[in-house]
Design a protein around this ligand. Structure first.
Ligand SMILES: Cc1ncc(COP(=O)(O)O)c(C=O)c1O
Length: 381
């Protein structure tokens, strides 16, 4: 792998974001294999690069989108299904899972009869007014303790309020199809999933008892990536999930999930170049040509702790790695083991950087950010 990275960097320059589509396929297939009852709606927000969508579309994936633009990024591939039953294909391939949608997004997606989430009464009114063709999924607040990125402080109705919001939707002539939750991103505490399934199954059965024929469960994202050896195994999680699906939910419902990180994080490696070095209060600072305003934006938005490796060997010491901008905030990591003898022009590489990285990069200070190269790209749309 190192050889290939060096070769690609010589060819394309750095910073270089090397995206391996075989790995994306492998992650998707692993997900499907272990969760046979679950349809995978890749969360485009994790990395919206168009070729990722194409690779996953070819694999049979569906997609979770957060905005009208993301909706159209995917919709273009199902446009040609229009003459068949359009609603079926839109729902089958897309869920608009941002519980708060702009009015313009609702107006523009109305014609596609989208499947959308909601978690409050004001959103229901908006959906009724601007997009009453939609199918609804109620997002419920669930525990997200210990997850890298918490969700429940911003999204989800309190479980005790769920029946009212379901009732309210039906009273307005809207149709609630099911229930969703998100246990927080990079969820390493699997009790969150167990609790979430228990909470949603109760709401589900109660709603059915009242005559509302819910038929969909959306278990969101959160599936953890093995960034380090502390992360519990995916296999352990799927065992819990499959068992709880059987135990808590009827067989006739559809189950879907919205994995983002799990599909793309391990598929990318970033190669950066040391553009400056200085010993500051005894510690070696390597200044590299990418930083927190660019591909390492996940350090800020995703609470991610990146890893660094050098191509060259040398005596290891605790170093800092910082970005190229003039902002002192642009520090990627202040304590990482690297050889202390690296020189300007040497390269570093960072693995598992495929999720929440290029997705939130900026052009701050005039830096363009990493060039993206694709390996094992086989689709042609
Ligand atoms: C509604 C929703 N679904 C899915 C995801 C993807 O989560 P993850 O990357 O943890 O799988 C997110 C992440 O923010 C989200 O907000």
């Amino acid at each position: 792998m190192k050889e290939e990275l060096l070769q690609l960097s010589a060819q394309h320059g750095t910073p270089l974001f090397v995206l391996d589509h075989n790995k994306i396929r492998e992650n998707y297939r692993t997900f499907k294999k272990h969760l046979p009852r679950v349809q995978c709606y890749y969360a485009v927000k994790a990395n919206p690069i168009q070729q990722i969508i194409e690779t996953l579309f070819s694999e049979g994936s569906s997609f979770d989108v957060a905005s009208y633009n993301e909706f159209m990024q995917v919709y273009q591939y199902i446009r040609h299904f229009e003459r068949k039953e359009k609603k079926y294909f839109v729902w089958d391939k897309l869920i608009f899972s941002n519980t708060i949608k702009e009015r313009t997004a609702l107006i523009k997606t109305k014609q596609y009869k989208p499947l959308v989430t909601y978690d409050n009464a004001a959103e229901l009114k908006k959906i009724k007014q601007y997009c009453d063709t939609a199918g609804l999924v109620l997002r419920v607040k669930v525990p997200d303790t210990g997850s890298q990125v918490e969700m429940s402080s911003k999204f989800g109705v309190e479980p005790g309020e769920a029946q009212n919001l379901i009732q309210e939707a039906f009273d307005m002539g809207l149709r609630v199809e099911g229930i969703s939750f998100h246990v927080g991103s990079q969820c390493i505490n699997f009790d969150n999933y167990t609790a979430a399934l228990a909470i949603t199954s109760e709401i589900f059965h109660e709603a059915r008892r009242k005559g509302f024929s819910l038929n969909l469960l959306d278990i969101g994202g959160g599936f953890p990536v093995p960034y380090d050896s502390q992360v519990p195994q995916f296999e352990k999680l799927v065992h819990i999930l499959n068992y709880e699906f059987e135990r808590l939910f009827p067989n006739d419902i559809e189950i879907l999930a919205e994995p983002g990180r799990f599909i793309v994080a391990t598929a990318a490696t970033l190669v950066t170049e040391i553009i400056g070095k200085a010993r500051r209060e005894g510690k070696m600072f390597y200044h590299i040509n990418d930083g927190v305003y660019h591909t390492f934006s996940g350090v800020v938005y995703d609470h991610w702790i990146p890893n660094f490796s050098a191509f060259k060997q040398g005596d290891l010491e605790i170093c800092a790695v910082v970005g190229p901008t003039c902002d002192s905030f642009d520090k990627i990591i202040l304590a990482v083991e690297l050889p202390g003898n690296l020189e300007v022009g040497d390269y570093l590489y960072t693995e598992n950087i495929g999720a929440y990285s290029t997705a939130s990069t900026t052009k701050f200070n005039g830096f363009d950010g990493a060039k993206i190269v694709h390996t094992n790209l086989t689709t042609s749309f």
